[in-house]
Design a protein around this ligand. Sequence first.
Ligand code: ZN
Length: 461
Amino acid sequence: MVTDRDASPADRDASPAAALARLRALVRIPTVSRDDPAAVDAAAFARFREALAELYPRVHAQLELESVERDGLLFRWPGGDPSNAPAGGPSVLMAHQDVVPADEPGWQHGAFDGAVTGAGAERRLHGRGAIDDKGSLAGILEATEALLAEGHRPRGDVYLFFGADEEVAGTCAEAAVRTLEARGATPALVLDEGGAVVEGVFPGVSDPIAVIGVSEKGIASVELLAEAPGGHASTPVAGGATARLARAVLALDASPAPARLNAPTLRMIETLAPHVRGALRPILGSARRLRGPLARMFARLGPETAAMVRTTRAVTRLRGSAADNVIAERASAIVNVRVAVGSSLEEALGEIRRVVERHGVTARLVSGDEPSPVSPDSGPAWEVLTASIAEVFPAAVATPYVMLQASDARHFARVSRGVYRFLPFDLSRAEREHLHAIDESIRASTFANAVRFYAALLRRL
Ligand SMILES: [Zn+2]
């Protein structure tokens, strides 16, 4: 799995095939995150760390490395001429070591076997984490290793941060941010996973699009609670706790949060409008004037476009009585809320309360993070990023967007104004659908392009 040849920097094979073999070695180590920390295989993370040291020897010899919490890794590549760093300061490239479980049956190839199939453009590495996010982690390390071999030195400090609990929204990334904060490091550019190079996602656009997350929605858990006298199930009273909770849940379902076009989504539409073919073009071209109607149109087009323009709510857990024959005195539901950029936890909670309190149900914020600040889609950090994208994906139109999912990147807004979420992978819809599902895989050519992208980016830092 880890060969002797890889251990010696001098005759290390930097070919795309050898780079893919190294990613394969990493995919074969099951660094699975679990909600229950006791269920996490600590030995797998230890093996992963050892494998990294063997596979990327120059990175380990020449960069400073410190642990963050137990398994997080923070490398620092000291810059030679910080005042001349194009983005005006240090940079952080991020990826996470952990993967979601692969317990579901039906994988065509074993999730941790690292099967490689096909030839030429069809050559593909299969396994959990091939894309999310070991593909990115290995891409960053391959590029760094190659630039070190050339004797390259970045102008500003470059940090590489590899968290170990992203998939369970753990604390590793926050700890890394505290480390940077303590050092007074204020990165001009932070790059984490997020958008990608995609096709066929935006109505009327057939060109590939490089979607760069400039913000991410907030996330919250809100508990709905109905209370009423309980009693024996043989003598029920109408309008009890479960009935009221059910009415509140139905009412929430029937009254979604208002649709609004936030600033980054408007910028996305303006950026893409010139590439739209067909009847939509003039409408999207006048997006600034037509914010209201466009927001309503996006809300109707489908769940993804709807999630772009509004705070969403999904009732995920329902609880009532613990026994078949006992009437619930307390019935509760958890609403998983994704707060739109431009809104707030307070507004989202207020909207929910207005709907459910009419049914005698209370709403309480259990936990929550505000939407992330919006990073600029102009200026030095953005230019460095989009120039690197243009170098490797010349046909792609780069556009800002709001990431719908929550990621480790959100914590970095505390130390940086330039936090971007982009994976340098050209991914088909089918490939994206396999993330967090069975049969995750990456094309060899996709991975090779990612290595080229990270090298192009590092050369500019
Ligand atoms: Zn991920």
